[in-house]
Design a protein around this ligand. Structure first.
Ligand code: FEO
Ligand code: CA
Ligand code: CA
Length: 722
């Protein structure tokens, strides 16, 4: 997510007590500030003992450690992508690139119509993944599935000098349709030629757009419930659109999971608000882009604008859109190969509601083991919100693995694994252990109540628990986190990494948590944090630089874990530079993560940033860093990246252009290419018209900015990073 649309309100008003008082007994704030933690204190901060001992036992089996063979690059503040010596960076599929022949070419002065945007790459590229067309060709051609998170109205409406009536009055219908079509997911085939130059194929049958208007089925426990009855779908089985698609997930059966993150602000609801409207933050005034103001336009079709106003207007839910916001906040499963046999005729995808409803950053697969359940890890990206895990009821059958090149019903396999299971919220204890708290109707809350009863629901109302995921996690006693962004999983060890990007509402240890109703007069059954004092997993007050936490579990279905802080963001000059970063690797606000498996139990962890912290922003734009976790020393009582001893193991690999955040990451199977996204650049890429161009060329003058994918390769065609 971008700083521009992140959730600045604090919607968690839970009374869950953090662990600061426990931490206080073991590690003084002074010790943390000077980075000189005692062995016992470090153990309390990160629970390093158990996890590192497990690592030490494994290390004997490792081959020669993978070494990063590039020089960490200097910070950069230019209108260009910067990569290490010996590497190239190429712009691909910038916003507005046509994905078929039904519309004309992009040009810098292009007036973007609803039709043009529906047939071209969406705006503000975020998470993405690749879907091979055959095992053999996987590293040189594939379908790219790309989230388009939100829009830059200035760039979108540049030819007319900005959007019409953004702040007052009615938005014009076609402007709203264009903006709706700029969101969602883009599917586009990419391939490279014999010179390793990549391009998109506008003629591919796989190319398509899923927008904030596309019909989408509702799956899982919420399907068919009263919670999602609307005039569009009186039986509560369908909705239209997906929105603010941010992080993602990749299933082993070959589908793309797209996370609906900062979607609440596209709606408004001025009366008859429900507890979940308040808990999740549906505005009670004009929405973010005021799409609802186009309601009643002479050419409005099927309440296409009316549906963004969730204020009841009929006598029952089947006559209006009071429940429309309840059809958002999920992981959306897309078959990038285009097989939609499992869903109704016109639908393009399905919302897997069992993975929870919140500002859903993404859902990342845990270690895959035949005969065991699947685990997917999710974060709710808002201050003092929670981390979740979904565990499938079905055990993994390798016969369900993706078969590139074959056309079959992958979404039916998705239903098998994602529509039955258990959703959990995480509690991180101060001693380095943790627990997964079940969000089941019959779970017992902190206060000893049945969860369904505590939520005011009928005994068997699982759909109600999902609709009220955040309140359920409050009641169970989950740990409020520093804005969970992406997760990634070391596919060998099963270690789960989660970026905790920052939290300005984290208060000093010993201060009392505060709770508010977010301006509402409705008290929810769970009460969310306004501010929360530090706890062991989130140990810095007014945390501007963030940290990456990691943990390990005995098995995907385990309800226990051992965790530690992997690295703390900081400026090299900070007094709380707890990981000892230098000018060559200082970073803040970790966001995107990607672990690339290189075999032999090793791989590179790629870290991307979305920084708003001046201490680092003064030196560099947002960036990509690399580290090989298995190559770090794991002495008992020593955090993996800390102190002067191993700074050379965390290297800055790339820096983005001015104004951007760097997000989206994957490597091709042969590891010769790293794909990243440059979101909301200020004045880039340099050539305002070209669909493919050198990403490292600095813009001369000013251009209409376009978010774009960038592919980084070695000039000699070798593996990146090593
Ligand atoms: Fe869209 Fe939390 O990042
Ligand atoms: Ca972010
Ligand atoms: Ca993000």
């Amino acid at each position: 997510m971008s700083k521009e649309i992140e959730n600045h309100s604090n919607l968690n008003q839970s009374a869950n007590e953090p662990f600061s008082s426990v931490l206080e007994r073991h590690a003084s704030r002074r010790d943390i500030m000077r980075g000189g933690l005692s062995l016992a204190a470090l153990g309390m901060l990160g629970g390093l003992g158990g996890l590192n001992m497990a690592r030490a036992q494994e290390s004997g089996a490792q081959k020669t450690p993978l070494a990063l063979a590039f020089e960490s690059i200097a910070g950069s503040k230019t209108d260009a992508v910067v990569v290490p010596k010996g590497y190239t960076a190429q712009v691909l599929v910038p916003w507005g690139t046509p994905i078929n022949d039904s519309v004309g070419p992009w040009s810098a002065d292009r007036v973007v119509t609803p039709e043009y945007q529906a047939n071209s790459v969406g705006m503000h590229h975020d998470a993405m993944d690749f879907f091979a067309l055959s095992e053999e060709s996987a590293s040189r051609e594939f379908v790219l599935a790309l989230n388009n998170e939100y829009i830059d109205q200035g760039a979108l409406w540049a030819p007319q000098g900005g959007p019409s009536n953004q702040d007052s009055g009615s938005r014009p219908a076609d402007e709203v349709r264009t903006e709706i079509n700029a969101h969602g997911v883009t599917l586009v085939k990419l391939s490279k030629n014999s010179d390793n130059v990549w391009s998109s194929d506008a003629g591919s049958r796989y190319n398509m757009r899923i927008t904030s208007a596309t019909p989408i089925e509702i799956g899982g426990p919420v399907r068919g419930s009263d919670y999602v009855v609307t005039a569009y779908s009186p039986d509560g089985t369908r909705t239209r659109g997906t929105n603010n698609n941010c992080g993602h997930g990749l299933t082993p059966w070959g589908t793309f999971l797209s996370g609906e993150e900062n979607w609440p602000a596209i709606f408004t609801k001025t009366s008859s608000r429900t507890i979940d409207d308040n808990r999740i933050g549906i505005p009670d005034g004009r929405s973010r882009y005021a799409w609802e103001t186009a309601a009643g336009a002479v050419d409005e079709v099927d309440a296409e604008f009316t549906r963004f106003n969730a204020t009841p207007s009929a006598t029952s839910a089947s006559g209006d859109y009071r429940n429309e916001p309840r059809t958002f906040g999920y992981m959306v499963e897309v078959d990038p190969y285009g097989n939609t046999a499992s869903v109704s005729t016109e639908a393009a995808a399905i919302k897997r509601t069992y993975l929870g409803r919140f500002r859903h950053e993404g859902a990342w697969l845990g270690k895959l083991t035949a005969g065991q359940p699947l685990a997917f890890y999710s974060g709710h990206d808002a201050r003092n919100e929670y981390i979740y895990k979904f565990v499938s009821k079905a055990n993994w059958d390798p016969a369900d693995a993706n078969r590139p090149g074959e056309d079959y019903d992958r979404l039916a396999i998705g239903a098998k694994y994602l529509d039955a299971g258990t959703l959990y919220a995480a509690r991180f204890n101060a001693d380095g252990t943790g627990e997964w708290l079940p969000l089941t109707a019959d779970a017992t809350t902190q206060d000893g109540q049945r969860l369904s009863t505590a939520l005011g629901l009928a005994d068997d109302d699982l759909a109600g628990v999902i609709i009220n995921t955040c309140d359920a996690a409050d009641l169970m006693g989950a740990t409020p986190m520093d804005r969970p962004e992406w997760a990634t999983v070391d596919s060998n060890s099963g270690d789960v990494y989660v970026a905790l990007t920052n939290n300005s509402d984290r208060t000093a240890e010993g201060t009392a948590a505060t709770f508010s109703n977010g301006g509402s007069d409705i008290d929810g059954p769970g009460v969310a944090y306004d501010t929360a004092p530090t706890n062991a997993a989130n140990p810095r007050a007014n945390n501007q630089a963030g940290q990456i936490i990691r943990w390990r579990e005995p098995s995907p279905a385990a309800t226990s874990l051992h965790w530690e802080i992997f690295v703390f963001g900081a400026s090299a000059n900070d007094t709380d530079n707890l990981s000892g970063l230098t000018e060559l690797n200082q970073f803040a606000s970790p966001d995107g993560l990607w672990f690339d498996d290189r075999g032999d139990g090793q791989g590179i962890l790629w870290i991307e940033t979305d920084n708003g912290y001046d201490g680092v922003a003064e030196q560099t734009n947002d960036q990509v860093l690399a580290v090989v976790p298995s190559a770090l020393s794991h002495e008992r009582g020593q955090a993996p990246v800390v102190g002067a001893g191993n700074q050379q193991q965390l290297k800055r690999f790339a820096v983005g252009p001015n104004g951007c955040e760097v997000t989206g990451a994957f490597t091709t199977p042969d590891k010769t290419a790293l794909f990243i996204n440059i979101q909301h650049p200020g004045n880039w890429p340099a050539d305002p018209g070209a669909a493919t161009q050198d990403a490292t060329r600095a813009t001369d003058g000013s251009v209409r900015p376009r978010a774009a994918t960038v592919v980084i390769q070695k000039a000699d065609g070798g593996q990146i990073g090593v």
